[in-house]
Design a protein around this ligand. Structure first.
Ligand SMILES: NC(=O)C1=CN([C@@H]2O[C@H](COP(=O)(O)OP(=O)(O)OC[C@H]3O[C@@H](n4cnc5c(N)ncnc54)[C@H](OP(=O)(O)O)[C@@H]3O)[C@@H](O)[C@H]2O)C=CC1
Ligand SMILES: CC(=O)N[C@@H](CCC(=O)OP(=O)(O)O)C(=O)O
Length: 390
């Protein structure tokens, strides 16, 4: 059976698997999330990696920067200004660039390809480019640039005015389990931050059921050092991180408005949370211990039932057996989020625990999950690897 290629996928009638290949690019391929995108996509059956962009590492082979990826035969890293967008004819681009860098890059990319999003924004596009591209390029952004819907909130929390505010409203917030349909049709997906990913998966169903007081949530979070990226920072040096642990961003971390924005959409009441992240001496992984006040008549078991029901059919979110504490070793290298709920000694309170791998479900894995939907592929393609243990 044949389908038009641009609309549907050619299907292998024997195995029910798509045989179509999509050309993708990775901007920020010499960073931690870029490396994990390459790792995950290198075994994805429908993806050809056609472009790898870097900053300081531009001009070097990928295997020079990451010897563990050197055998894949991928293109060398190049600079942004060397990319010939129309000629590359990409289906999708991942932006794994530092936040604040991405907004102008995305704007430039939409102009350089004559993207039809420009029509929606009533911005003139060059007709010669329109005819040169096969179809609109799709963008999956891993940075924070398009997560906040309100330009003023962006300026308040990121300390500078947004450079592409006209595209903020076009972006779909890519928490896949809650925005599947919108992600499928999106031109630009803003993947959630790693801390919001774990917090929202733990809290959204419970807040939606009005089973807790959403104005009184306390999130105590711990992250591995890769959460801070690969560029050199004193606070990330081995001697500063090993055998130590410290909180940061106390009372003013930029992930708070992101969590509140998404919780508020479902809470039906005022949302208030305290959030304190800590840096812990491990490479990857993230654990959140969340303290909540129960709504009248609710128990910790009720919260657990709400999560278990909500995620029963989700491939990447698991509620562990009663009493089993989620740990980063349960998810390492996988696209899983593991959750559980515990009774507090103080009546009327409960404790929710969530664990993810910040580089997989917290960034690159979730980005590929969104890519699969945007390209019309089964959501789990390339993402079913079991966690690495111990
Ligand atoms: N690390 C994590 O756990 C998570 C990260 N994120 C977000 O994902 C994005 C990437 O994060 P991460 O991989 O950790 O960051 P890294 O610092 O490890 O990597 C950043 C990448 O961007 C490249 N880059 C920087 N400036 C430019 C430029 N001007 N032109 C071209 N390339 C440039 C760097 O190239 P080079 O090194 O060669 O200069 C590098 O490849 C960030 O926005 C981050 O906030 C989101 C969720 C989790
Ligand atoms: C350990 C560490 O530094 N973590 C980062 C969060 C990384 C992330 O997921 O979020 P963004 O995409 O919003 O950067 C931080 O606290 O800023």
């Amino acid at each position: 059976m044949r389908f038009p290629l641009s609309k549907s996928l050619q299907r292998n009638s024997l195995h029910g698997m798509s045989t179509q290949t999509f050309r993708i690019g990775i901007l920020g391929a010499s960073g931690y999330t870029g490396a994990d995108l390459v790792r995950i996509l290198s075994t994805h059956p429908n993806i050809e990696i056609s472009l790898l962009v870097a900053g300081r590492s531009a001009g070097r082979p990928l295997g020079d920067v990451f010897p563990h990826l050197g055998h894949l035969g991928l293109p060398d890293l190049i600079g942004l200004d060397e990319v010939e967008w129309p000629a590359l004819d990409l289906d999708l681009v991942f932006c794994a660039l530092p936040h604040a860098t991405t907004q102008e890059v995305v704007k430039g990319l939409l102009h350089a390809t004559g993207h039809s999003l420009l029509d929606e924004m009533l911005i003139e596009r060059r007709e010669d480019l329109v005819s040169a591209v096969r179809r609109d390029i799709k963008i999956v952004d891993l940075s924070a640039d398009f997560r906040l819907e309100d330009p003023d909130s962006y300026e308040t929390w990121y300390g500078r005015a947004h450079q592409a505010p006209e595209f903020q409203s076009a972006a779909v917030y890519g928490l896949t389990e809650f925005n599947r349909d919108a992600v499928r049709g999106a031109a630009l997906v803003a993947c959630p931050g790693c801390y919001p990913t774990a917090a929202l998966l733990a809290l959204l169903p419970i807040v939606e059921a009005q089973a807790i007081d959403a104005s009184d949530i306390i999130i105590d979070a711990k992250s591995g050092v890769t959460g801070g990226g690969r560029s050199l920072k004193e606070s990330m040096l081995f001697c500063e991180v090993a055998e130590a642990m410290h909180p940061y961003g106390i009372g003013h971390h930029r992930h708070m408005p992101e969590m509140e924005q998404e919780l508020a959409k479902r809470a039906g009441q005022e949302v208030g949370l305290s959030f304190t992240p800590h840096l812990v001496p491990m490479n990857r992984g993230e654990l959140e211990t969340i303290y909540v006040r129960l709504a009248k008549g609710q128990s910790a078991d009720d919260l657990r039932d709400i999560l278990a029901d909500r995620y029963a059919k989700e491939p990447f979110v698991r509620v562990l057996d009663p009493g089993v504490a989620p740990a980063t070793r349960h998810v390492r290298g996988s696209n899983l989020c593991v959750l559980n709920v515990f009774e507090d000694r103080i009546p009327g309170r409960a404790i929710i625990v969530a664990a993810i791998d910040n580089l997989v479900k917290g960034s690159s894995g979730q980005a590929v999950q969104n890519m699969n939907l945007m390209l019309g592929l089964p959501e789990t393609t390339g993402l079913m690897q079991a966690p690495l243990f111990p």
